[in-house]
Design a protein around this ligand. Structure first.
Ligand SMILES: [Zn+2]
Ligand SMILES: [Zn+2]
Length: 271
C-alpha cells in the first residue's frame, strides 16, 4: 500500500489503499486547498518527475531543494557540526541520490523542523538515517503520520547537539521553532528560521505572519514577544525557508527593526 502525499503541502499520510478524505494541514486557514480540489500523489510518482538540487551556503551548511518545485517549495538545510549533522526542516523527496549524498557527508544525527508545514516525509528521512525528529509538543496534533522516531520536546529551548539550540518562538504555529547555530557565519552565529521568522524580498527585512498564503498577520504583542525572545541570542545571518532568502549580515538588528516596524503599522503609523 502506498504512502499518500498531499500535492499542495507535501505532508505524508499513512499507507492505505486509498488516500485520506482531505488534508487537515491544507484545510487550515494557514494553507489552502486548490480551487480544483484536493490532489494526492505518492513518493514514487514524485521521484519519477523531480530531483533535488544542492547549494553550499557556507562551509558547513547545505541547501537541498526539489526541482521542479513541489508543495510549498521550501528548502531543507543540512548543517554539519562536530557533534553530528542536523537536518533542519524537511522536504518530501528523499530519492536514492539524495540519500547517498547525505550519507557521504556523514549522515544525519538529528532532524528538527520549524513547524507542521514542513513535516512532509520526516518519517522516511528518520528511518533512512536512523535518527530522531525533534518537534515542539505544542504542535503535536498536526502530526498526520505518527512514527516512533518523533520526539516531542517541551519548554522554550532545547540544545540538540553542542552549539545547536532550538528556540520555540511560536507565532505562525504555537510550537513554531527556529534553530540557533552558534558557529554559523564564521562564529558570529546564524539562525535557521523556516516560516517563523520569514526572510522577506528585501533581504534586510523579515516578517511574521499567521497565514502566508492568505496574508493574515499576527498580533502586535506576539511579534514583540518573538523579537524579545531572540534578543539574548547572537546571530549575524538568518537562513529563511526558501532558496535565496537569507539575511547575510546584521540579522539580529534586522529582526528588531522589522518587528518594530510591524508594530508601528498595526498601530496605524503609515506614511
Ligand atoms: Zn496538504
Ligand atoms: Zn508555514
Amino acid at each position: 500500500m502506498p504512502i499518500h502525499l498531499c500535492n499542495t503541502c507535501g505532508t505524508s499520510y499513512p499507507d492505505s489503499p486509498a488516500p485520506p478524505s482531505g488534508c487537515p494541514i491544507c484545510e487550515d486557514e494557514r494553507q489552502f486547498v486548490p480551487r480544483g480540489g484536493q490532489v494526492w500523489t505518492t513518493p514514487e510518482k514524485l521521484a519519477g518527475g523531480h530531483v533535488n538540487g544542492w547549494r553550499r551556503l557556507e562551509t558547513d551548511l547545505f541547501e537541498i531543494h526539489t526541482h521542479p518545485g513541489f508543495g510549498i517549495g521550501q528548502r531543507a538545510l543540512l548543517l554539519r557540526t562536530p557533534g553530528g549533522n542536523i537536518l533542519w526542516d524537511c522536504i518530501a523527496l528523499l530519492d536514492d541520490a539524495t540519500e547517498l549524498l547525505v550519507r557521504a557527508l556523514g549522515g544525519v544525527q538529528a532532524i528538527a523542523i520549524s513547524h507542521p508545514h514542513y513535516y512532509t516525509c520526516m518519517q522516511d528521512w528518520a528511518r533512512a538515517f536512523g535518527c530522531a525528529v525533534h518537534l515542539h509538543v505544542a504542535d503535536a496534533d498536526w502530526v498526520m503520520r505518527p512514527d516512533p522516531a518523533i520526539r516531542h520536546w517541551d519548554g522554550e529551548t532545547l540544545e540538540i547537539v553542542a552549539g545547536v539550540t532550538l528556540l520555540r518562538l511560536g507565532g505562525h504555529f504555537p510550537g513554531g521553532t527556529v534553530l540557533h547555530w552558534a558557529d554559523g557565519a564564521d562564529g558570529r552565529g546564524a539562525i535557521l528560521s523556516g516560516d517563523i521568522v520569514q526572510v522577506a524580498a528585501d533581504l534586510d527585512r523579515v516578517s511574521f505572519l499567521w497565514s502566508y498564503p492568505n496574508m493574515m498577520p499576527l498580533a502586535a504583542a506576539t511579534v514583540r514577544r518573538i523579537a524579545a525572545a531572540l534578543t539574548p541570542w547572537r546571530f549575524e545571518r538568518i537562513y529563511g525557508a526558501f532558496p535565496g532568502r537569507q539575511v547575510m549580515a546584521g540579522g539580529a538588528r534586522a529582526v528588531q527593526r522589522s518587528a518594530a516596524r510591524y508594530d508601528e503599522l498595526l498601530q496605524g503609523t503609515q506614511p
